[in-house]
Design a binder for this molecule. Structure first.
Ligand SMILES: Cc1cc2nc3c(=O)[nH]c(=O)nc-3n(C[C@H](O)[C@H](O)[C@H](O)COP(=O)(O)OP(=O)(O)OC[C@H]3O[C@@H](n4cnc5c(N)ncnc54)[C@H](O)[C@@H]3O)c2cc1C
Length: 289
């Protein structure tokens, strides 16, 4: 299939990109790595009249580390983040999850911002950013606002980005002391979208008591979901296999809303969520101790 006709612009600066988006309103779509948008256009699932190609906007392609925080520009390639020494050191959850996204050729083009803006409920990065408690900077002609990752995703393929705005930066807070992380997913073949997946960051105090847990699940709802009931089971308790089992059961029973499709039934997805949450929490607490 070929895409429907469209007008194409290749701005060189963020300001120019925002002006083009403002000028063309709802008819325009930003183009990042094109790994989701171009197939959707070829299938005529997306028919933007105007494409604003962000690939010439170099100021959105960076990874910076300052005051403990990591700042990733919206146009940073997924592969760049996967291979970054700063990211592996300060936010190793990203490196653990990244190889599950498609294949290297796709991660070479696909961007961190594009994956988050696309908001596929089966994508890895939304759940990872929620587990890391990241903040997402959204910029329009009026300025920049920051949205917590867990408030950014509003439904199936939808986010709080308004027409004319761009996701410009992802801010990952400093890695908490005595914290551990883990990511796991199940897919039919490596590189396929997951049937279910879990990202988690847990924290313990000097006595080994859990002081917080951010557990985010993917492919078990219309968006990545934060497992708040599971976190409540863990917080204030000393981790044990029974406690982890109870938290995983709470996540699978109450924190998710899976549906059935040709790949898996909702019941099977709940079972996967239970097993994966148990595995992820076990490894995360081992790393935190
Ligand atoms: C065969 C295949 C397998 C894949 N498997 C996986 C997988 O397992 N897991 C996974 O997570 N992904 C997977 N993907 C998708 C891939 O990760 C994409 O790169 C990603 O979803 C979109 O990023 P992109 O940079 O390519 O964005 P694009 O495709 O260019 O854009 C996606 C959407 O986001 C919007 N957008 C892009 N950047 C911005 C921005 N900065 N601000 C506002 N809006 C923006 C675009 O307008 C568009 O609507 C797969 C893709 C393919 C082709």
């Amino acid at each position: 299939m070929k895409p429907a006709p469209f007008e194409y612009f290749r701005p060189r600066t963020l300001d120019e990109a925002l002006s083009l988006l403002a000028e063309h309103g709802g008819d325009a779509k930003p183009l990042a790595g094109g790994q989701s948008l171009i197939p959707a256009m070829n299938f005529r699932l997306a028919t933007p009249a105007v494409l604003v190609d962000l690939n010439g906007v170099g100021e959105l392609d960076y990874i910076r580390h300052s005051a403990g925080e990591i700042r990733i520009g919206g146009m940073t390639r997924q592969r760049h983040a996967e291979r970054s020494a700063v990211v592996s050191d300060q936010a190793p959850l990203i490196g653990e999850a990244m190889p599950h996204i498609a294949h290297p050729a796709i991660r070479n083009r696909g961007t961190v911002g594009g994956s988050l803006a696309h908001a596929d409920p089966a994508a890895e990065l939304p759940a990872v950013m929620m587990a890391l408690n990241a903040r997402l900077a959204v910029t329009g002609k009026e300025g920049t606002r920051e949205v917590a990752a867990h408030e950014f995703f509003t439904g199936l393929f939808s986010t709080s980005i308004l027409p004319g705005e761009l996701l410009t930066e992802i801010v990952i807070p400093a890695r908490p002391a005595r914290s551990g992380y883990a990511f796991e997913e199940i897919s039919r073949r490596h590189g396929d979208f997951a049937l279910a997946g879990v990202a988690a960051v847990v924290q313990v105090n000097g006595d080994g008591v859990c002081t917080g847990a951010r557990i985010a699940l993917l492919s078990v709802g219309d968006r990545a979901l934060l497992a708040e009931r599971a976190a409540a089971v863990l917080t204030g308790q000393r981790p044990s296999s029974e406690l982890i089992r109870a938290a995983a059961a709470a996540a699978a029973a109450s924190d998710i809303d899976p549906s059935s499709d040709i790949h898996a039934s909702a019941r099977y997805r709940r079972q996967l969520a239970n097993v994966l949450t148990r595995r992820v929490l076990t490894r995360a607490f081992e790393r935190a101790q």
